[in-house]
Design a protein around this ligand. Structure first.
Ligand code: FEO
Ligand code: CA
Ligand code: CA
Length: 632
């Protein structure tokens, strides 16, 4: 590293100034930026006005970053800091319904076995307390890895295999209890439930019943089978779970026929690697052209009632949903922030029509039924990585969303939300993943995980919150709504961090000053604030540990102090996994963290059982040996 740069950086790092933005802004050093081809002079200007708004109030008994940082790891284990323990809670294939068989790693178990077992590829999850020592976890099972799911490794898919794959998707709800051995899941609880790609659910809201929703099995356009590719999640203050349908397009195919513009925009192809369409005609859109319209939504589930019907909330728009960050704004309206995880897609916000009623929780049950969907447009002076933004309403008859422009109704705007976002001039983003809202300041952060198309495609120019061409590392954008009102139409934004590799690059690809050789990572994805305001970051990045990614090791979990900008590595996962899914017990003394797809693509993992065992997606339970607050 250049000596001048090193001195400048270390001076910044030791600065005791509590002005977070100055540290971060200055840290994206002039040299890094200029060599990166951007002229982000705005980074070096005076402290920005967000500083006061983001100052966190800490838990009285806890420091925000009170743990010892850990090094990067390439080991096939889950590593936590000194004074912490991490244990597996449940793995793909563990039985959760009565009568379900134990996991058999041969890959020969039938669909009927998987239907009673924990699904594959654990992802977003939420914790619902029942009592001090009992709770439910609602957990997404995003997708499957055919090389692990089937003895034939996906080479000879049959009709039963498709049913098995469908049964491994969706959501698992199960009870957990605190025992002498810590938290364990209850195999036989009455609450336990599997929601799969074949569970009956209802479409609700403005797009339900529209002609584009009707299929040969559902002439009313209101009853759907299943949810799949459930990525991340949300939790409402009225006690329901939100599961977000992400890469739904990958399950459909249009063999031998030309794709229309809508299908292309949503990423549908003539073939599907999962092959469901060969055995289940609703996934063949030459037969059921409207079936894809019934997926790509946020689904609301009551985890307390295992007989309840999941509800697809169409008012929140159809795209590749990542998570759903729910907050009750000061004026009582419910706000849900929503990312569409695709290169060059958008960041959205839903505001409920009706207000939250804290005195009568049940009365809030349909707040996601009606409201206004907005999409974001970010503005900045040329080269600045902070600026202003606005939320543009996606409402029929407004902002060019008219019949003349191809939108006949609000239902069409919601079903083709991506195309509506383009019409209104939304900013194309570097793959918006999770959004998180600070519990006290209500400042909002979103991970923009990476984007190899940035600077290469005409609709994805370099600039604003997407400041690097060929963005391999990702960044976290942060915004504060005008007057601290989460329903506001405008906001101010900056970048909380820019990931990079300062041991390989000296330019903008080294990342912001809060990134160093001891905490570097790529592709921030999962994101969440705990109640004290720690910002937890989970990664889904390249784990080659070579080249641009040298020294980063396996995917990991980090913790950031939003006030100082300090980022510290908290945990590292096993070989070839992604870390995704995060929930805390209300006392913050237990964290549940997901290890997804260890050993994918035949990488040499045997996590969690070790030996020569098959690798399995697994939820880890993390606690402190002294019983203290996680992270403090
Ligand atoms: Fe399922 Fe965008 O991650
Ligand atoms: Ca993700
Ligand atoms: Ca990701």
């Amino acid at each position: 590293m250049n000596k001048d740069l090193l001195q400048a950086d270390s001076a910044l790092h030791t600065e005791q100034d509590s002005d977070f933005s100055k540290i971060i802004d200055a840290g994206l050093s002039r040299r890094r930026f200029m060599q990166g081809g951007a002229t982000a002079m705005g980074l070096f200007l005076a402290a920005n006005p967000l500083t006061k708004a983001v100052a966190a109030t800490t838990h009285p008994e806890s420091k925000l970053l009170g743990f010892n940082k850990i090094p990067a790891s390439t080991a096939d284990t889950f590593v936590v800091p000194e004074g912490y323990v991490a244990k597996p809670l449940i793995s793909w294939g563990d039985p959760i319904l009565k009568g379900a068989p134990a996991f058999d790693e041969s890959g020969n178990q039938p669909a009927s076995a998987q239907a009673g077992q924990f699904g594959d590829n654990t992802d977003g999850m939420s914790f619902f307390p029942l009592s001090e020592d009992r709770a439910l976890l609602a957990v997404n099972n995003e997708y499957t890895n055919y090389k692990l799911l089937f003895a034939h490794r996906g080479e000879a898919i049959t009709a039963d295999d498709v049913k098995k794959a469908q049964a491994a998707h969706g959501v698992s709800v199960f009870e957990i209890k605190r025992t002498a051995n810590g938290w364990e899941y209850s195999k036989e609880s009455e609450y336990n439930r599997r929601i799969t790609a074949n569970t009956e659910m209802m479409l609700t809201g403005p797009a339900a019943g529209h002609d584009l929703m009707k299929t040969s099995a559902d002439a009313a356009g209101k009853k759907v089978l299943g949810t799949f590719n459930n990525c991340a999640n949300g939790q409402t203050p009225w006690g329901t779970y939100l599961t977000c349908e992400e890469n739904f397009n990958g399950y459909f195919a249009k063999p031998g026929a030309e794709l229309n513009g809508h299908e292309k925009r949503y990423g549908i192809k003539d073939d599907s690697k999962y092959k469901w369409y060969k055995f289940d005609s609703r996934f063949d859109i030459t037969q059921e052209p409207n079936e894809p319209h019934r997926h790509g939504w946020v689904v609301e589930i009551d985890p307390m009632d295992p007989t309840s019907t999941p509800l697809k909330r169409t008012a929140l728009g159809r795209f590749k949903h990542e998570n759903a960050a729910v907050i009750v704004a000061d004026n009582g309206h419910v706000v849900v922030y929503l990312g569409d995880d695709e290169r060059g897609e958008h960041l959205y916000k839903f505001v409920s029509k009706h207000k939250y009623n804290a005195a009568d929780k049940a009365s809030n049950r349909n707040l996601l039924e009606e409201g206004t969907l907005y999409v974001s447009r970010f503005t900045a002076k040329k080269g600045d990585v902070k600026g202003k933004g606005e939320w543009i309403e996606l409402t029929h008859g407004k902002n060019g969303l008219t019949k003349e422009n191809g939108f006949n109704s609000q239902a069409e705007i919601l079903i083709y939300a991506r195309e509506a976002a383009t019409v209104v001039g939304a900013t194309t983003m570097d793959r918006p993943e999770w959004v998180a809202v600070h519990p006290k300041t209500k400042t909002v952060c979103c991970t923009l995980t990476n984007n190899k198309n940035r600077g290469k495609k005409e609709n994805q120019p370099v600039g604003g919150p997407n400041p690097r061409a060929d963005n391999k590392y990702g960044q976290i954008v942060r915004w504060t709504e005008t007057n601290g009102d989460n329903t506001a139409a405008t906001f101010k934004w900056d970048l909380f961090l820019v990931a990079g590799n300062p041991t390989v690059h000296k330019d903008f690809y080294a990342g912001s000053a809060n990134i160093n050789d001891e905490n570097m990572f790529n592709s921030p994805d999962g994101l969440g604030f705990d109640n004290d305001g720690r910002l937890w970051i989970l990664t889904d990045g390249k784990y080659s540990n070579e080249g641009d990614f040298a020294g980063m090791g396996n995917n990991q979990m980090l913790c950031a102090d939003p006030k100082t900008g300090e980022v510290r590595r908290f945990a590292t996962g096993p070989i070839a996994c992604e870390i995704t899914g995060l929930a805390f017990s209300p006392d913050q003394r237990t964290a549940f963290v997901g290890v997804q797809h260890p050993g994918e693509d035949d990488k040499p993992s045997h996590f969690p059982a070790g030996g020569n065992s098959k690798p399995r997606s697994t939820i880890m339970v993390i606690q402190r040996t002294d019983g203290g607050i996680i992270g403090a």
